[in-house]
Write a protein that binds this ligand. Structure first.
Ligand SMILES: [Zn+2]
Length: 508
């Protein structure tokens, strides 16, 4: 049974609600990366399991657009120093294209969710605050400031400063949401009075003029949005951590039971710096630049694969994500055991084979179609839909090669016979190539499987080790002693080209 179903069943047996709200959320302060995606995919899987069980459920994503920019990250220009402390929704887009900093990172991510087929209701924190949805909980929080402060101290051991307020006003002079101290408030007028570090004294409306401190905000949000289930990174689940604090605040201040927690482990990024070296494992982090943005990896693998990478592992186990050869192997395994990627011929063509074919075609789409036909697929070139699917899958293969493939997967079919390399061949290797050239006379076409068998036949007929014959083929075609599966490679190339190349070996 899939872990999402186990969790869904546990939720239904433990919670009394008849309608569930699964909440996810990420602060769009930097590229939203593959590691962040685990929260959404976990939430989506449980949401789908509940729906499959006939339970009424909603899946929401809260973008923390009203959170402040914590510091100027290395990817930001120096002038962004001035924006530190301002809400992400109120800072300009670093590239100046979109309405805000928050949009810059949020919108590509929402597009990726679309690609992943995840249908989620997106709520933006700045809009929720500006709509007045938080007014009642802000009042409640200000009234019960001392209790909130005590709960936070009890659970986290953190003593809050004397002037601490659960409400952080947005200073109307400097624009920061992190620098003002609340000096008083009027619950009827629904406003707070503050003094900011910048010297400004002002009035902050409970409707969009500030936000709740984050531990308080999290609990308030559960009540306001009726959240019953929430996946979150396991660091929040530590004893005395933010989930423990939120649970008590929710129950004692807002009289609302905390959601069913689904803590999950991190996704670790495994990157190989150089061939032959051990892959380096790092936690994904946007601020340190050790991450792959979701929209980037989705250029190199189909969405269904990315979803599979994450959802096949239960939330309590960490995932080591290696976009290099392990990712190619995973796509292979998926196509063999779970399902095809793409429809028609695109679905029949394995991704691994396409990785070979696109390297033969080198960006020429008619060459690609020829290579596909030669490898034994019956293409319907009048079928535009079929061609579109092939092109889409080929584009993934090209991007994967460009960005993530290890050097030993990459090759280039040599346009001219590589004379120097061919001279290194032994007499028996040359004899094997000559025999193969002979087999191709009269334009005889062999399938990948025929080729595979033929190599062994030729090896035996010329008294050569099969692995020496393979080596000779790669050297003749690619100028190096290794390459992709030889049967597929040979079947994808033109017969006449192969014949001439194999004959050239003999002459050298
Ligand atoms: Zn200020």
């Amino acid at each position: 049974m899939h872990w999402s179903l186990v969790i869904a069943q546990d939720i239904v047996s433990k919670r009394e609600e008849k309608k569930h709200v699964v909440a996810t959320g990420i602060t769009p302060s930097g590229d939203i990366h593959v590691g962040n995606l685990r929260e959404i995919i976990t939430g989506d899987a449980v949401y789908n399991a509940l729906r499959d069980m006939g339970v009424d459920a909603r899946l929401i994503y809260i973008a923390d657009t009203f959170d402040p920019l914590r510091r100027r990250y290395p990817f930001l220009p120096p002038e962004y120093e001035a924006h530190v402390g301002k809400p992400l929704s109120e800072i300009p887009d670093p590239e100046g294209r979109l309405p805000s900093y928050a949009d810059h990172f949020l919108l590509p991510f929402l597009d990726s969710l679309d690609d992943l087929g995840i249908q989620i209701e997106v709520l933006r924190a700045d809009e929720l605050y500006k709509s007045g949805l938080y007014v009642d909980t802000i009042k409640e929080s200000l009234l019960r400031r001392d209790e909130l402060s005590r709960i936070i101290k009890d659970v986290s051991g953190r003593k809050l400063p004397e002037e601490w307020s659960p409400f952080n006003p947005l200073c109307d002079a400097c624009g920061r949401i992190t620098a003002a101290v609340v000096k008083g408030y009027d619950l009827d007028k629904e406003e707070a009075y503050y003094e900011c570090e910048c010297g400004n004294k002002g009035v902050a409306s409970f409707t969009g003029g500030g936000k709740l401190a984050w531990r308080v905000d999290w609990a308030a949000r559960w009540k306001i949005l009726g959240v019953t289930i929430e996946p979150f990174g396991k660091d929040h689940a530590a004893p005395g951590g933010s989930f423990d604090t939120g649970t008590r605040i929710s129950l004692e201040i807002y009289n609302y039971p905390a959601p069913y927690p689904i803590p999950f482990e991190h996704i670790l990024l495994k990157l190989q710096q150089q061939e032959g070296t051990k892959a380096k494992v790092t936690a994904m982090s946007s601020s340190r630049g050790t991450n792959i943005p979701v929209h980037e990896i989705l250029e190199a693998v189909p969405p269904v694969i990315l979803k599979h990478v994450i959802s096949r592992t239960r939330p309590g186990k960490h995932i080591a994500f290696n976009p290099s050869l392990p990712l190619l192997n995973l796509v292979d395994e998926y196509e063999r055991e779970i399902g095809s990627i793409g429809s028609g011929i695109a679905g029949e063509l394995s991704f691994r084979h396409l990785v070979t074919l696109v390297q033969i075609a080198r960006g020429d789409s008619s060459k690609l179609l020829d290579a596909i036909k030669r490898s034994g697929y019956e293409l319907h070139e009048e079928n535009e839909e079929e061609l579109k699917e092939i092109r889409k899958k080929a584009e993934y293969a090209e991007n994967w090669l460009r960005n993530y493939a290890p050097p030993n997967v990459k090759f280039e079919v040599q346009a001219a016979a590589p004379a120097e390399e061919l001279k290194t061949l032994s007499e028996s290797q040359k004899a094997a190539l000559t025999l193969m050239a002979h087999e191709l006379r009269g334009g005889r076409i062999l399938s990948a499987e025929d080729w595979h068998n033929k190599i062994y036949e030729v090896a035996s007929a010329t008294n050569t080790e099969p692995k020496e014959v393979f080596k000779a083929i790669y050297i003749a075609l690619l100028g190096k002693p290794s390459g992709p599966r030889a049967g597929w490679l040979l079947a994808s190339l033109e017969t006449e080209f192969l014949r001439e190349r194999f004959e050239a070996a003999k002459k050298l």
